[in-house]
Design a binder for this molecule. Structure first.
Ligand code: NAD
Ligand code: TYD
Length: 349
């Protein structure tokens, strides 16, 4: 089977590519990525020379390019992760999110529909989305697959739009699709603009850790490798036309989470307990900051037998260890050096 994975040089995509390349040696995995600031091929050095892996540098917004690679490689399935993914960036530049998340997704859907027209039922287009499409919860309740869409940031609005297009292609053209909506991920290879890797990097460098507002917003955190495992299960066993929610049953107020992180890092770095908590700095709140996300993943657990493999304390500890053991990854990402990796490894050889 030939699978096109988009966004495979990013945070979650790199874990999905690695899992598929290693677990399914008979599949041919094609990783299509534009290598924006969030794409980093150093995330995949351990598998880049495998026979069943091919990297394609390109933009999903470029319809002719997308048509060209489908013609050339005749993909059987798509797992679509490429996106602009950071809420704060979407507040300053919403259009970038419309181009990639909406137009890019529709380009992929158009091409898949045309290319697979003779035997649609033999293919699958699996779209990876976020729980943020459901909006913001109050103190009680969980997002289920039936929760009405109510996106409130430009990021979540663009992801909601892409989800609607994916469903529209299922209902209108019979394109076999699957969608999953996942809660906040954390783990290795996470770009240090998002809360957890940013805080780890700042604690490591004894720099202020910015907490928006009063730190009372709640997120439901899932270890990225458990998300990749869920994507594997849904890709192979999920029903066509269905949506699956993926979450960690693991709600944390931002401030509590940062305090736990400070304490774990003090212990690992041999600092006095309480030392890193002094770095916590309350800053201006994010515009339109969603109060709480929390996911009910019972459909995925009951129907497909998935469950998270680690507790949050274990996952966070593994994550901190990874960043402390890979200071060069953080330094390359923060200096911008990682952006020359493609030229060094692919163009020059
Ligand atoms: P990321 O920002 O780390 O990676 C996105 C990848 O997409 C990058 O490698 C980037 O180069 C690539 N890309 C961006 N624009 C492109 C374009 N026009 N053409 C081709 N490639 C392009 O994102 P992530 O956190 O790994 O998220 C992956 C997917 O999972 C996204 O669709 C996101 O909405 C979804 N998601 C993320 C989370 C989370 O907590 N990070 C949670 C739920 C769902
Ligand atoms: P983030 O990692 O950007 O993910 P999302 O906005 O998609 O949930 O932010 C997670 C939470 O942490 C969110 O409530 C915003 C907050 N936050 C901070 O308090 N400080 C920061 O520096 C960042 C990046 C986020």
């Amino acid at each position: 089977m030939k699978i096109l994975i988009t966004g495979g040089a990013g945070f979650i995509g790199s874990h999905v590519v690695r899992l598929f390349v290693n677990k399914y040696p008979n599949y041919q995995i094609f990783n299509l990525d534009k290598l924006t600031y969030a794409g980093n091929l150093a995330n995949l050095t351990d598998i880049e020379d495998k026979d069943n892996y091919t990297f394609l540098k390109g933009d999903i917004v470029d319809a002719a390019y997308v048509d060209g690679i489908f013609n050339e490689h005749q993909f059987d399935a798509v797992v679509h992760l490429a996106a602009e993914s950071h809420v704060d960036r979407s507040i300053t530049d919403p259009l970038a999110f419309v181009y990639t998340n909406v137009i890019g997704t529709v380009n992929l859907l158009n091409t898949a529909r045309k290319q697979w027209a003779d035997n649609l039922q033999d293919h699958v287009f699996y779209h990876i989305s976020t729980d943020e499409v459901y909006g913001s919860l109050g103190k009680e309740g969980l997002f289920t697959e039936e929760t009405a869409y109510d996106p409130r940031s430009p990021y979540s609005a663009s992801k909601a739009s892409s989800d609607h297009f994916v469903r529209a292609y299922y209902h209108t053209y019979g394109l076999p699709v699957k969608i999953s909506n996942c809660s906040n991920n954390y783990g290795p290879n996470h770009f240090p603009e998002k809360l957890i890797p940013l805080a780890i990097n700042n604690i490591r460098n004894e720099k202020p850790v910015p907490v928006y507002g009063k730190g009372e917003n709640v997120r439901d955190w899932l270890y990225v490798i458990d998300h990749a495992r869920a994507i594997d299960v849904i890709f192979h066993e999920g029903k066509v036309g269905e949506t699956y929610n993926i979450g960690g049953v693991n709600e944390w107020k931002n401030l509590d989470l940062i305090e736990l992180l400070c304490d774990q890092m003090d212990e690992k770095l041999g600092r006095e307990q309480g030392h890193s908590r002094k770095l916590i700095t309350f800053v201006k709140d994010r515009a339109g900051h969603d109060l709480r996300y929390a996911i009910d993943s019972s459909k995925l657990m009951n129907e497909l037998g998935w469950k998270p493999s680690v507790t949050f304390e274990e996952g966070l500890s593994k994550t901190v260890d990874w960043y402390l053991q890979h200071p060069e990854w953080l330094e390359n990402v923060t200096s911008g050096n990682y952006q020359s990796y493609y030229d060094q490894q692919y163009v020059s050889r």
